[in-house]
Structure formats: structure tokens, C-alpha cells
Design a protein around this ligand. Structure first.
Ligand code: UD1
Ligand code: CA
Length: 481
């Protein structure tokens, strides 16, 4: 050999239905922090730098392949899900002539860290290469007794996992599934994580010899260990203390637990990167979100999709930001929802504002309470501070939008555009019947229904004469008698 880096091939098992999910969708496409569960497994496996990634797919395989979204990966179909051993057996053509390590990972381990897999590969390489003294002349010595490594961990409640039966030298004698375990074996708290490394030529000699005479009538991958032992080959346990990495997600409650653990890990990461969180237990941040230093986030905030938050921005309680880019020093006040939009630097949004459909709020603008902005551009220094609907509008700089302003953009058939030019002043409760243009520095009178374009600097007012009828209250009382 003599290579610094020995090669390895990765096999990821993702053919199962996930019966306990009670779902139309296959298990591994269910999402954690906005990404399919399998995405996280793929990331971790890729981190170990395999020469090839092979996925075993079966149940609803098209959905699974789509979720994996990897062009240079290999997908092998397992038509019937006869067990994890059978799943590995169907990939055999890809490694039967390979002189290296096969890393096998269950597809339902979204919390496993890339570093853990990388270390396991190194450990296996070390066991294979360097146990005992190197031969004279500096040639690598290969320990031909080493057949594999299984990552194990100790859990507070081992229920449902395969138990690891070991001898004194960390060699595994066998792994027993919960359903096949004796009472004594069930007391073992060291479990099989579902991550294995095998020397391919040895795995090749045993993989077709598995039998399914067990409680679940399945071909268990774990049974290769006893077969390897019978050949005089050893399989070692690599015990990793952090058991939270190895939650096998079998049902939706496991999914919720796994998501919570990952969520807190990412919040911790962003916190060390310079973000402040108040009550982080209530903050939900998805995988594709990016935070800048000195961002401050209060309780109940959820940041989803491809979202980025600029420096010094504050997001108050119970806001949602989805697929949006938020600039620097922005204040997003309580209860606001921003979706598919851009908020530029120094703006103030909310409380209780809603901004959506490709809206752009330019620098230093103010969108206040109960204001909805849809598919609109709001210019620099423009303020719409209370109770308004701005849809399909192009609004310039330094505009004031009075309370109760509505762009009447929909005539029942089509959406129409409203243009409001720089420095215009829109009086409270103006109805802007689109298509309509309000000129630069133009003014609309409160309560007006604007159905014609208003020229620059002009006042548009549409209001009937106010009548005052003296002593009306007294007259009304008399009519009542
Ligand atoms: C498996 C292990 C168990 C271990 C646990 C860790 C076996 C026999 N048992 O049990 O020792 O403690 O994982 O979480 O391996 N799959 C296929 N094809 C199949 C069967 C399964 O691709 O025919 C895939 C599943 O989609 C899943 C993975 O293999 O991603 C594991 O299968 P699962 O049925 O969840 O095994 P466990 O019962 O959890
Ligand atoms: Ca499982």
C-alpha cells in the first residue's frame, strides 16, 4: 500500500418505507430545519471524503433521489426491503473488487457529524495498517485480522436499538436486535449506531451468507459480524460518548427530537459567531439561514428558507422571515412577517407588518403596524406607518403614506399598478384606484378615491361638501316619540 490516504466507498441505506411515520412520503425525505433528513446524512458522509457515494433506494425511490439531489452519486435499487444486510448486498458490484474500506451508514441518522465519520475511517485505517511494528525497510504492515469497526454509543434508554456484545478487547462478538435479545442482553446499554466500516474483500466473503431466521424475518447486516468472527477476523467497537449524534429516526417523535437537537446546535454555532438569542428554546432557524455579527433575536422568531440577516439588525418577538434578505441595522418589530422580499439598511418594520411577494423596502423606510406590502417597491425614507395595503405599487423616496391608504390594485380580473413619485403626500384613507400615478410632491386629500393621475405638486381631493345640521340630536329624539 504505502498511500497516505486509503480509499473508502460509502454506502447509505435509504430504501426503507419508514412504516412508523404513517406517511405517504418515504421517511428520509421528511424535513428537519427545512431540509430532507437524508441531506444531513449526505453532508456528514461527504465530509469523510469517500471516493464514491452509493445510495440504496427502493420505496418511492424517485422522491428519495430528488431529495438527495446528487449528480455524481450512485443509486442502487433494492426492490424489496428484506433488511439492512440485503440492502448492502444489492450494492456488491460496486465494491466486490475494491481493496479498501466500505463505510455503511443508515439513512435515518441525521445528527451524525462528519468529523465522527472521518475519525472512524482514520481509526479503521490505523487498525488495518499499523497494529504491530512496521516491517523493516519502512513498508506498511497490514493487519489481516481486522475486518471492521462499528460505531457504538451508550444511551440512557437503549430500547429499540441493537445491543453490542463485546469481549474484553473491544472486539465485538455479535450485535443482537431488541426483538431477538435475551433478558440479559437487553441490559446492555452499549448500542449499535448503524454506522459500520468493513474491509471490502472480507465483507464480500460473508454478505451473501446472511440468513433471515430471526424475529423480524429480515437479513440483518449486523449478522456479518458473527460470520467474520467465524473466519477468524475481528470487528472492533469504536465507542463515541456523545450519543445525541446517533438518534435513529424511526417515527415522527424521533424526528421532532432530532430537529430540536440540531436546532440548538445551529443556534449555538450562530451564537459563537456573534448573534444574541433571547430564549433560544423558542427560536427556529432553518439550515439555509445566515446571520451576521451583532444580530439580536428575541423569542418566538422563525427564520426560514434562504434568508440572511445583516449586522446590528434586531428581530423582536414572534416574527417570521422567509426567503428574504434583511440589511444592516434593521428593526423588525413584534409580530411581523416578511416573505420573498428585501429589506434594506436602517429600515423599521412593524410591529405587525406583512411584507411579501418580491417587495423591496429601501433604506431608512418605515413600514408600521398593520401595513401589508405586496409586490411593491417602497423608496428611501418613505413612511407608511399605520394600517395600509400597498400592492403592485412603485413608491418613490420621502413619500408619506397616511393611515388607511389602500391601493385598489384588483378590478376583479387583473392586477394594476400604482405609481407614487418622490415626496408625494398621501392623505389618510386615500383609495388609489389603479392603474394610477401620483406625481412628485403631489398631495391627496384624506378620504379621497383617486381614479385619475395627479400631476406633480397638485392636490387631488375627492370629497362631498360637509353638511352641519344644528341640534340634530334633539330632532332625532322627537321623531322617536
Ligand atoms: C438498525 C440496526 C440496529 C441499530 C439501529 C440504529 C439492523 C438489523 N439493525 O435497526 O442494530 O441499533 O439501526 O439506528 O441493521 N433499510 C434499507 N433496506 C432495508 C431495510 C432498511 O434500505 O431492507 C434502511 C432504512 O431505510 C434505514 C436503515 O436502513 O434508513 C435502517 O433500517 P431500520 O429498519 O430503521 O433499522 P433499525 O430497526 O432502526
Ligand atoms: Ca432506524
Amino acid at each position: 500500500m504505502g498511500h497516505h490516504h486509503e480509499k473508502h466507498i460509502a454506502v447509505i441505506l435509504a430504501a426503507g418505507k419508514g412504516t412508523r411515520f404513517r406517511s405517504k412520503k418515504p421517511k428520509v425525505v421528511h424535513k428537519i430545519l427545512g431540509k430532507p433528513m437524508i441531506h444531513y446524512v449526505s453532508l456528514a458522509v461527504r465530509w469523510s471524503n469517500p471516493d464514491r457515494m452509493i445510495y440504496v433506494v427502493g420505496h418511492e425511490k424517485q422522491q428519495v433521489i430528488k431529495a438527495i439531489n446528487c449528480l455524481n452519486c450512485v443509486y442502487v435499487e433494492q426492490e424489496e426491503q428484506l433488511g439492512t444486510g440485503h440492502a448492502v448486498a444489492v450494492t456488491k458490484t460496486y465494491w466486490e473488487n475494491f481493496d479498501g474500506i466500505v463505510l455503511i451508514v443508515n439513512g435515518d441518522l441525521p445528527l451524525v457529524e462528519g468529523e465522527t465519520l472521518k475519525n472512524a475511517v482514520k481509526y479503521m485505517e490505523a487498525l488495518m495498517k499499523f497494529e504491530g511494528a512496521p516491517a523493516e525497510g519502512g513498508q506498511d504492515f497490514r493487519n489481516e485480522d481486522v475486518a471492521g469497526v462499528v460505531i457504538t454509543t451508550k444511551v440512557p434508554n437503549p430500547l429499540g436499538y441493537g445491543r453490542v456484545v463485546k469481549d474484553k478487547n473491544h472486539k465485538i462478538i455479535k450485535i443482537v436486535e431488541e426483538k431477538d435479545a435475551t433478558y440479559q442482553e437487553q441490559q446492555i446499554d452499549e448500542i449499535n449506531t448503524g454506522i459500520y466500516l468493513f474491509y471490502a474483500p472480507y465483507l464480500n466473503q460473508v454478505i451473501d451468507r446472511l440468513e433471515n431466521n430471526n424475529a423480524q424475518k429480515e437479513y440483518y447486516l449486523t449478522d456479518v459480524i458473527e460470520l467474520l468472527n467465524q473466519m477468524g477476523k475481528d470487528v472492533y467497537a469504536l465507542m463515541v460518548p456523545d450519543y445525541t449524534q446517533f438518534i435513529g429516526v424511526n417515527d415522527r417523535w424521533d424526528l421532532a427530537k432530532a430537529e430540536n437537537i440540531l436546532r440548538m446546535k445551529y443556534l449555538q454555532f450562530w451564537s459563537y459567531a456573534g448573534a444574541t438569542f433571547h430564549n433560544p428554546e423558542t427560536v427556529y432557524i432553518e439550515f439555509d439561514v445566515e446571520l451576521s455579527p451583532d444580530v439580536e433575536i428575541f423569542q418566538g422568531v422563525s427564520l426560514k428558507g434562504k434568508t440572511s440577516i445583516g449586522e446590528d439588525t434586531i428581530i423582536e418577538e414572534n416574527c417570521s422571515v422567509i426567503n428574504s434578505k434583511i440589511g444592516k441595522n434593521v428593526k423588525i418589530l413584534k409580530g411581523s412577517i416578511i416573505e420573498d422580499s428585501v429589506i434594506e439598511d436602517n429600515s423599521v418594520i412593524g410591529p405587525y407588518a406583512r411584507i411579501r411577494n418580491n417587495s423591496v423596502i429601501k433604506e431608512n423606510a418605515q413600514i408600521g403596524n398593520f401595513v401589508e406590502v405586496k409586490n411593491s417597491v417602497v423608496g428611501e425614507n418613505t413612511a407608511a406607518k399605520h394600517l395600509a395595503y400597498l400592492g403592485d405599487a412603485q413608491i418613490g423616496k420621502n413619500v408619506n403614506i397616511g393611515a388607511g391608504t389602500i391601493t385598489c390594485n384588483y378590478d376583479g380580473f387583473k392586477k394594476h399598478k400604482t405609481v407614487i413619485k418622490d415626496k408625494a403626500f398621501i392623505g389618510s384613507d386615500t383609495m388609489l384606484v389603479a392603474p394610477v400615478t401620483i406625481g412628485e410632491e403631489a398631495i391627496t386629500g384624506s378620504g379621497s378615491v383617486i381614479t385619475k393621475d395627479i400631476p406633480d405638486k397638485a392636490l387631488g381631493i375627492e370629497r362631498s361638501q360637509l353638511r352641519i345640521i344644528e341640534n340634530y340630536a334633539d330632532k332625532r329624539r322627537k321623531n322617536d316619540d
